[in-house]
Write a protein that binds this ligand. Structure first.
Ligand code: ATP
Ligand code: MG
Length: 678
């Protein structure tokens, strides 16, 4: 029996949004107004009303975690365990799936590798070397950011339109072309390619486009304000036939313009999709009144916004806390004390989050939490899959799966050591380049032609032999991928390398590998596992157990917690220095939207703080309260004793020895803060 309660649980505007099925629909609404809830209910409704089969619904979410959650919620609404929403995922994961199906149309084979930033940087470095470009003058990361920008705009190397006066763009354009060719040679893609290739395939091949545009009767997109050109183009192509595209978003939460997101897509929806309908949701179900008032007042300082009303259905709740600390360490102590002494009794750790502007800011909290034994998780720090030992394991698996994966080959050919030196590696590379073959084939040929030194030959031959053996193990003997990695670790000597040198670091590495082996069990086969590794986003990992969450404000998009700490509200840190230096208000307005996202993650309690001194990049700096603090409406705030002028705080100002301050005076940061407030 289907549970049709899903309609009764919605307010009128939400219900209208769920029931309006025919034609393009844009839902514009502030944080916590149930946009994501509407999307989930809509999917359930479409299936319930038999308007489409689950595999005819394309739903795009911001993270894989959000996709999983949506899948579960739809299943629970429909009282059914397995609703096969096979087209529910992030832009990247859905495009990867499409590209695997149509890889040849992009010059790839379906087992192509998806490379990460490290691999990208290595590739660009190699290209720069070959092209005599000094990477001290032109940093690989910068080159990649420009290439990524072009990809987000939908430019293939031959289509790039450059500003002729821009020397950087002029230099980078030819590199982009070489880079793309190199990726094809490697049978690999970077993240930007996943969508770029698919869009080009859909544009060029009417038959392929028709298959999908006919199939997708309904398309739903969450966080639409953060889509870039290529993503909106992709949606446009896929919705061509049925035009049932429903996008939800909040212009006040647009925080990815640095990644090419174009708020224009959102604001001009009605021009691109004729006869589209707009529905606004104005009730907030997440945050208490005080929290919402603080957030709304803050965002009202942005000039460039549509502007909308948002009323809360919740009670007034606690005042938003504003805490000033004398330094960063004290801030960490203050936060941990609050959690230990007050919050622990009432809230589960999973419902407490610390949201920072930049991920390095978590370090101070980590140190403190470790010291007092407070459990925490960092979402989006060094990703599990970015650790060296994990990347090594994955490289073995990648090369087994895809023999052309030269980046993986490079990483493991002499890891563990097989006496294969620099000169041999160089020889293999040269042979591969001249004969246009992969590094693995090049190595085999060099051995056949007796061009490898005898001492090296032993190590290289055994590596090549093992590669073939492992491929045989998985493809012919059909052992599973978990067993495969165990064999690889034993037979390659990787495990003994770690075991032979017993130290804490190696023990940690072995632990991590164990964790990897157990994580692999969740996947049906090697291909699915490798896809997961390539696409895992920072908020997707480690949600087990009871732990306080730490992540960036960017990463917190769409999530909610009972209690949210927002530390480090200081000029230069937040708003970020780059946005302060930028001409015009755009950068600052984006930072303000980020603040709005941060505050509106909180359901019951929000605690904003800043420190007057911070150890930053090796120096004690005298910091100044963020301009955003002055924009917070006083009447919804509760300030800590540092703000109390009648109280003598002098003794609290025993600054760090390195920090000179005239006796009896307050920190300059404090004085400037006071001026700002008055
Ligand atoms: P964000 O902009 O942050 O992504 P959102 O608009 O997507 O927020 P949701 O996450 O869908 O908002 O909803 C916020 C919270 O309010 C959720 O806990 C959700 O379950 C709850 N909620 C939404 N609509 C209703 C409703 N009609 N009745 C009760 N609770 C609701
Ligand atoms: Mg949402």
């Amino acid at each position: 029996m289907i549970n049709s309660e899903y309609l009764n649980n919605l307010n009128n505007a939400q219900k209208e949004a769920v029931l309006y099925l025919d034609g393009p629909l844009l839902i514009v609404a502030g944080a916590g107004s149930g946009k994501t809830k509407v999307l989930t209910s809509r999917i359930a409704h479409i299936i319930n009303e038999k308007k489409a089969f689950p595999n005819q619904i394309l739903s795009v979410t911001f993270t894989n975690k959000a996709a999983k959650e949506m899948q579960n919620r739809v299943s629970s609404i429909l009282n059914s365990e397995a609703i096969g929403l096979s087209w529910l995922g992030t832009f990247h994961s859905i495009c990867a799936k499409l590209l695997r199906k149509h890889a040849p149309a992009a010059g790839l084979t379906s087992n192509f590798t998806i490379i990460d930033t490290d691999d990208q940087v290595r590739l660009i470095k190699n290209i720069c070397k070959a092209e005599n470009i000094d990477i001290k003058q032109l940093a690989p990361k910068f080159i990649l950011s420009i290439i990524d920008r072009w990809k987000n705009k939908g430019f293939h190397p031959d289509e790039v339109v450059i500003n002729k006066n821009d020397i950087f763009e002029r230099t980078i354009r030819p590199l982009y072309k070489i880079y793309q060719q190199k990726l094809l040679d490697l049978n690999a893609c970077d993240f930007g390619d996943l969508i770029l290739h698919v869009v080009k395939i859909l544009e060029k091949n009417h038959d392929i486009r028709n298959i999908y545009s006919n199939n997708f009767k309904y398309i739903l997109v969450d966080e639409y304000q953060d889509t870039n050109y290529i993503q909106s183009r992709w949606l446009n192509l896929l919705s061509e036939k049925h035009k049932n595209l429903c996008c939800v978003g909040d212009d006040d939460q647009s925080i990815y313009s640095w990644r090419g997101a174009e708020i224009k897509n959102f604001l001009e929806f009605d021009q691109v999709y004729k006869n589209s309908k707009v529905i606004r949701l104005e009730e907030n179900y997440r945050s208490s009144q005080n929290i919402l008032s603080v957030a709304s007042n803050l965002i009202a300082n942005n000039q460039n916004r549509v502007g909308k009303t948002l009323k809360t259905t919740m009670e007034e709740g606690d005042l938003v806390k504003l805490n000033c600390f004398k330094n960063g360490k004290d801030e960490a102590i203050g936060v941990s004390d609050e959690i230990e002494k007050k919050l622990k009794k009432k809230y589960s750790f999973n419902n407490i989050a610390i949201l920072v502007r930049a991920i390095f800011q978590t370090r101070e909290f980590e140190e403190r939490f470790l010291k007092i034994g407070l459990p925490y998780r960092i979402l989006g720090g060094t990703k599990f899959y970015e650790r060296a030992e994990i990347k090594d394991c994955v490289a073995y698996l990648r090369l087994i799966h895809q023999p052309k994966d030269d980046l993986a080959f490079d990483r493991i050919v002499n890891n563990p050591k097989r006496a294969i030196g620099e000169s041999t590696i160089k020889l293999i590379h040269e042979f591969s380049k001249t004969n246009a073959v992969s590094l693995e084939i090049a190595s085999k040929k060099l051995i056949e032609e007796n061009l490898i030194k005898p001492k090296t030959k032993i190590g290289l031959s055994s590596f090549l032999f093992l590669m073939d053996k492992w491929r045989n193990d998985i493809n012919i003997k059909k052992i599973n991928h978990v067993k495969l990695l165990q064999l690889v670790l034993d037979e390659s000597g990787y495990s003994s390398m770690l075991k032979n040198k017993k130290d804490l670091e190696n023990e940690n590495r072995l632990e991590n590998i164990k964790e990897l082996l157990s994580a692999m069990k969740d996947f049906d086969n090697l291909e699915n596992f490798l896809e997961h590794v390539a696409l895992a986003t920072s908020v997707d990992q480690d949600w087990d157990g009871e732990k306080v969450n730490m992540m960036t404000m960017h990463g917190s998009k769409g999530l909610e917690f009972d209690v949210v700490f927002l530390p480090g509200w200081e000029e230069g840190l937040f708003p970020h220095q780059k946005s302060i230096e930028e001409k015009g208000q755009n950068g600052l307005e984006e930072e303000r939207r980020l603040a709005y996202v941060g505050i509106t993650r909180a359901k019951k309690k929000a605690l904003i703080s800043f420190a007057m001194n911070r150890f930053y990049q090796g120096n004690w700096i005298d910091s100044m309260a963020s301009r955003f603090i002055e924009e917070l409406p006083e009447k919804f705030l509760e300030k800590n004793s540092f703000f109390d002028d009648s109280k003598d705080n002098e003794e609290d100002f025993e600054f760090n020895q390195d920090f000179e301050i005239e006796e009896g005076t307050r920190s300059p940061g404090w004085i400037r803060y006071q001026k700002r407030i008055k």
